[in-house]
Design a protein around this ligand. Structure first.
Ligand SMILES: [Zn+2]
Length: 390
């Protein structure tokens, strides 16, 4: 039987440096032994055209093993995870069906068990990666995620209040489609790719990826995009063309950019008035209605669309509260307090009181721009027809 054979795909280092300083003979022997039970191997270097660092394959007995090596840089969590998603994409592109994907820790520099790292390790395992030597370096046991909601919860814990730094969001729409909103620039594109490939392994839902434009980059790198498409994930580039068409056709607006902006401002879908968190029945409700924006005379179409997709021009509301808000049975005054229409039937009001939990919007929603939209909305309503919820 031929010896196990390594191919080292290398871009960043000269091969001599790589072999002497990073993937040393000791390390390759260790990897070989863990995967094949043998310590003798052959190796070739392949530095043609791979936009990849730290990836080796080990072929043995008809099986091809992809091994991604860690890349730790002091103070930079991004460099670490740039290598891995690229390796995962290459693994998915491998035609041989006898294939495995592994991750191997090289000697780390600094703390590699922050909440963020652990979250990413769990995503990697969810995506089918086997860690070869984690017990040498990690104190924590790393388990894959069991469910998408598990991913969302951990992610939010991780993210804390600092939502503005987030690069991607995961949610479910009214048709049970799992939607990932991901940015396409810099390190964000690697995180988006890893999220897609991990979630694909565990979700029973069909999936959509919305590529959120950032800078000049509108799409993920071609290889990553093709792998995601090949898994049956629908990929939609959010470049406001969809929004423009919808805006001109309808008075409601189906806009991935609007949903992204709401996720960024408000966090996960949750009705502001009743705390319902069932994502299938939570919608983005415009404060300044799309129909009113369209009717405004003194602003051009681009500005109108910006108002229609502004994260400050919206609330998460459940289907019921959204409808009641749209027909102006509910009224939100500019101090964020909720009012009911006074001329409704008593039993209707009783029902409203029963299922409306919050009669005051939290302060962090009430930004100056949000209040400005409320004023625009309320301008055409008669405040005298509403009374505060007591
Ligand atoms: Zn509600």
């Amino acid at each position: 039987m031929p010896r196990p054979h390594f191919t080292i795909k290398n871009r960043f280092q000269k091969r001599s440096e790589l072999y002497e300083d990073i993937l040393t003979a000791d390390i390759l022997r260790d990897v070989c032994h863990r995967l094949t039970g043998r310590r003798d191997y052959t190796v070739t270097f392949d530095d043609n055209g791979y936009n990849i660092g730290r990836l080796a394959t080990l072929e043995f007995n008809g099986t091809i093993n992809y091994i991604s090596f860690s890349e730790f840089e002091i103070g930079s969590r991004n460099s670490f995870f740039q290598s891995f998603p690229s390796a995962l994409v290459k693994y998915h592109q491998e035609a041989n069906t006898n294939k495995n994907i592994y991750f191997y820790f090289l000697e780390p520099d600094g703390n590699i068990e922050t909440a963020y790292f652990i979250f990413m390790y769990r995503l990697m395992k969810t995506a089918g990666t086997v860690f070869l030597n984690e017990t040498d370096y990690l104190v924590n046991t790393i388990n894959p995620f069991n469910s998408v909601s598990d991913i969302i919860v951990q992610r939010d814990l991780n993210r804390g209040r600092n939502r503005g730094n987030a690069s991607s969001y995961v949610t479910v729409d009214e048709n049970d489609t799992l939607q990932i909103y991901g940015k396409t620039y810099g390190a964000n594109k690697y995180e988006t790719t890893l999220l897609c490939l991990a979630i694909h392994e565990i979700t029973p839902y069909s999936m959509e990826l919305y590529e959120i434009q950032e800078g000049d980059l509108r799409q993920l790198p071609r290889d990553a995009r093709n792998v995601i498409l090949s898994l049956g994930i629908n990929v939609i580039t959010s470049d406001l063309i969809l929004e423009r068409e919808e805006f001109e056709r309808n008075d409601s607006l189906r806009s991935p950019t609007y949903i992204y902006n709401l996720l960024e401002k408000l966090g996960e879908k949750k009705c502001s008035l009743c705390d319902c968190e069932i994502p299938q029945i939570i919608q983005g409700a415009h404060i300044w209605p799309v129909a009113s924006i369209k009717r405004t005379n003194n602003i051009n179409l681009d500005v109108k669309i910006q108002h229609a997709i502004d994260g400050d021009n919206g609330l998460w509301l459940c289907n019921n509260h959204h409808k009641l808000f749209d027909i102006n049975l509910l009224y939100i005054s500019t101090d964020g307090r909720l009012k009911y229409k006074t001329d409704i039937e008593q039993n209707h009001e009783t029902y409203l009181r029963d299922f409306t939990i919050n009669s005051q919007l939290p302060n962090d929603i009430l930004t100056p721009t949000f209040i400005d939209y409320l004023e625009k909305r309320n301008r055409v309503l008669d405040a005298g027809q509403y009374s505060y919820v007591s």
